[in-house]
Write a protein that binds this ligand. Structure first.
Ligand code: F3S
Length: 428
């Protein structure tokens, strides 16, 4: 692998043993992937503060610097100290925080460990955004900008909607990237790997609702696996919320990290451009029958119509989504024994508080919660047997994670279920 003089200096310890350990990890990673060089980056998004039993043990026995070395640099060495992050680095979603105690059944020990982690990582220059949607709260990399991001729903948004360049990184590679400003240049960083591979043609229906974008994403992930779908058809103009739902769903049913929608996403002005001039593959049709099949797949776990938990905000809700829920709940009351949680970035919850939306939701009996989600923290209201959600990603994962039944529907159907305690959803 080609290394610049600066990279050789870091590798050889000129900037301390932690930076040398970080370079060692990146070089091992780069060699394994046949990367020819490292990319310069100035944008890292990782999950550093997430509380885990392993981290708790290391911190208790050896302190936070040791925990950073083991978990964030994959190094057993006794490093002298961990320096400041070399490039802007943010914390993605993590566990629930102190304001969720007594609402979410989540261990207090985890909350305390995470509080300590926030102090440690914050002192080292990690911006505690605490959301899976950093692009909603000010972290918006530019088109062509190389980044090192984790979280599949954020990676696909960065690559596809923003035109930034990142692979789906891990805890150690983002830790090493944060201390060096480098990441192996392979995969989505390279022009030749960013073209479409599958053509999905929407026919016989118009995709324009939030629910429809999620179902189309789930279909696209199933068709494309880890490749790059190119979507054509009759669309309304999608907005941020619809594309974050589409991308999260595609990254859930498959492992999609990049897609193109000609005329909408930035690297595909035309279908031909999306495929980089290569022959356009035979189309896979997404029509009414495929739409219904996806809907039934996402609802195959639900059997009981008695719903005791409603979950909105996956990926984390926008202010407009919180406002929509407040409008639907205004003057209403949740059914006895039914809970409704809306997951949101903390920065946007502050806006929802100021706008009065949180008050309306809380008056109805719902909650706006920050930092985490039931899938991330493995926590739902005690006794939950059946939940309903407007998120294809949560409908896919939460039954397996928590052993509960799921209903998938529109935001309005979910809010109605919270008010009635019954699921009455269905496909148009
Ligand atoms: Fe975010 Fe949790 Fe969904 S981390 S993408 S709300 S599974």
């Amino acid at each position: 692998m080609f290394l610049t003089d600066e990279e050789k200096r870091m590798r050889d310890g000129a900037e301390g043993d932690a930076v040398a350990a970080a370079m060692d990890l990146l070089l091992r990673y780069g060699y394994a992937l046949d990367a020819e060089r490292l990319c310069d980056i100035r944008n890292v998004a990782g999950t550093m503060t997430q509380p885990t039993p392993v981290k708790a043990k290391i911190v208790a026995e050896s302190g936070w610097d040791k925990a950073f070395a083991v978990i964030n640099l994959d190094s057993d060495a006794d490093l002298a100290s961990i320096p400041q992050m070399r490039v802007p680095t943010c914390q993605l979603q993590h566990g629930f925080g102190p304001d969720s105690v007594d609402i979410v059944p989540y261990p207090k020990a985890n909350v305390e460990l995470q509080n300590d982690a926030e102090s440690y990582y914050g002192r080292h220059g990690v911006n505690i955004l605490a959301t899976c949607t950093p692009y909603q709260v000010g972290n918006l990399p530019l088109r062509g900008e190389h980044c090192a991001w984790m979280e599949s729903s954020a990676v696909i948004y960065a690559n596809s909607v923003l035109g930034a360049r990142t692979n789906c990184e891990g805890i150690a590679s983002t830790g090493a990237a944060s201390l060096t400003g480098k990441i192996p240049c392979w995969g989505n960083h390279l022009d030749r790997n960013r073209y479409g591979t599958h053509l999905i043609s929407v026919e016989g229906l118009k995709v324009e609702s939030f629910q429809d974008w999620g179902m189309l994403g789930y279909f696209a992930g199933g068709v494309s696996g880890e490749d790059h779908p190119v979507i054509t058809g009759d669309f309304g103009q999608p907005d941020l919320t619809e594309l974050k739902h589409f991308g999260a769903a595609a990254a859930t049913s498959g492992g999609v990290e990049l897609y193109h929608i000609p005329g909408i996403t930035p690297e595909a002005a035309t279908v031909e451009a999306a495929f980089g001039g290569a022959p356009v593959p035979e189309k896979v049709v997404y029509g009414p029958a495929e739409r219904r099949a996806i809907y039934e797949t996402l609802n195959e776990i639900g059997t009981s119509s008695d719903v005791d938990f409603i979950l909105l905000g996956c990926p984390h809700a926008s202010v407009d989504q919180i406002r929509q829920a407040a409008t639907l709940l205004d003057g209403k009351r949740l059914a006895s024994g039914t809970e409704l949680w809306i997951m949101a970035p903390r920065a946007l919850k502050v806006m929802a508080d100021r706008s009065g939306y949180t008050e309306v939701i809380e008056k109805a009996g719902g909650k706006v919660l920050a930092d985490s989600c039931p899938a991330m923290s493995r926590a739902a209201p005690a006794g939950t047997k059946v939940f309903a959600t407007d998120s294809a990603k949560q409908a896919h994962y939460l039954p397996a994670i928590l052993g509960i039944e799921a209903w998938f529907g529109t935001t309005e159907e979910c809010v109605n279920a919270a008010i009635s305690g019954r699921w009455n959803g269905g496909l148009d």
